[in-house]
Every structure is written in C-alpha cells, then in structure tokens.
Write a protein that binds this ligand. Sequence first.
Ligand SMILES: [Zn+2]
Length: 266
Amino acid sequence: MDLKQEIFAPDGSIFDTHAHYDDQCFDECRDELLTELSTHGVGYIINNATGLFTSAEKCLEMSRRFDFCYTAVGIHPELVETEGATVDEQRFCELIKQPKVVAVGEIGLDYYWSTDRKEQQKAVFRRQCELANEHSLPVIVHDREAHGDTLDILREIRPKGSVHCFSGSREMALELVKLGLFIGVGGVVTFKNARKLVEVVEAVPLESILLETDAPYLSPVPYRSKTCHSAYIYYTALKVAEIKNISVNEVLKITSDNAKRLFNIK
Ligand SMILES: [Zn+2]
C-alpha cells in the first residue's frame, strides 16, 4: 500500500469511525499498513465486524495488538442469511464484554443486495438495537435503500449511535440529529455526483458529524479507484472544511471529539 501521498493531518487527529481491516484484501499487508497509518495522522480506528464469528475475532485481535484500534461487533444485514435469522445472544454478550468493544455494529438494513429477507433483517436489526440499549452501547447503522424502515426502527428503539455512510436526504439527516444520532460521512462526499450528501453536510451541524472510510471501500477523490485506508480521511475532511468554510484541522478536531464522546474513548 502506498502512503507516500500528501497527507498533512496533525498526529493522531484522524478518527476513522468505520473501517473493515478484517477484510481479506488486507491479509497480506494488515500489520504493516496499520503501523504506518499511525504515523500518518490516524489516532483512532473502529473496525466494524460484519458477523459474530470470524469477522469479530479478526477485529478483536487487531484491538488487542494495536493501541489505536477499537471494535464494533454485530451482524451486518447482508449476513443475516449465514448468521441465522435470530441473534446468537450468548455469543453476542460474550463479545461485547471484551475490552475495547465500543459499539454494536455494523447492523442495519440493506434492501439493495437482499430484498427477499426484509422481515428477517428488521428483526435482527431491532434486536441488536435493543441489546445495545441494554448494555449502554451506541450502534453503528448500515442503511442502504431502506431509509423508511431504518428511521422507523431507530425512532421506536431510540439507541444512541450513528448512521454510517449516510445516503439519505437532508430531511432524514435532520430527523436523525433530532433523535440524537450522528451522521457518518465518508469519501462519497468528495465525488462529483455527491450533491445530496453535500446538502446534508451543509445542513447538519459539525457537532453531529462523524468521519469514516468504510475501508477498503469508497476512497475519496483523488484516490477513488484505490483501496481505501484511514489516512485518506484527510481528503474527506478537506471537503467538509470547504463546505463548512472552516479549517481542515478544525473539522478533524471537532469530528474526533464527537466520536470520542459517543464511543466513550478518552
Ligand atoms: Zn461497513
């Protein structure tokens, strides 16, 4: 992985609230890359497990080995099929008690990839929101083409947390903020066709925004076709700074403080 590009983020100023370094595309370079990221402004990474077994194990292992890695555990909507139609609560509770588990995620609804399992997805999402509340943890929510149902469940169960890689409207974003939730903004905001997300960032106060990568996916411009990593958040922050008309360091500082508050990290 090439980290020679120009990243001027102050030490430790980048907080990546949503990454998947457990992805097999990092199998050959994971340790080297994570070590290097810590010297390129990255201070905090939350690896979001997609399932309660292999993925969660890999994320927890990174948390044990790297000071700046934290873990969110949960069942991703695309895995509802393989992980079962109900949450394995014994396993879930075992996992959330592990050190450095700071959230329940990645959980939510995905009607883009799997339209035929809506009811199952809703049940698993709803139960995980309830468990997050019972254990006083925030949630990290995936919502793809499922805005109405996502909002309904969040309104009903009222977890704290964030909607990652937000793709809804300005109105929905403001509704989520009213519920006390955060809006996750990633590389998509730098894309040419990102008009809707730019409007969202304009409308939502910076105090309710979190920055993220979704690494290895969704690299910001000018690295759009490359494998994404957390140092690229600098470019996402630059775009947010331009929209908000403030400095990039201010954006990094405020969004990192938001994340530390939400995920209870000192
Ligand atoms: Zn993700």
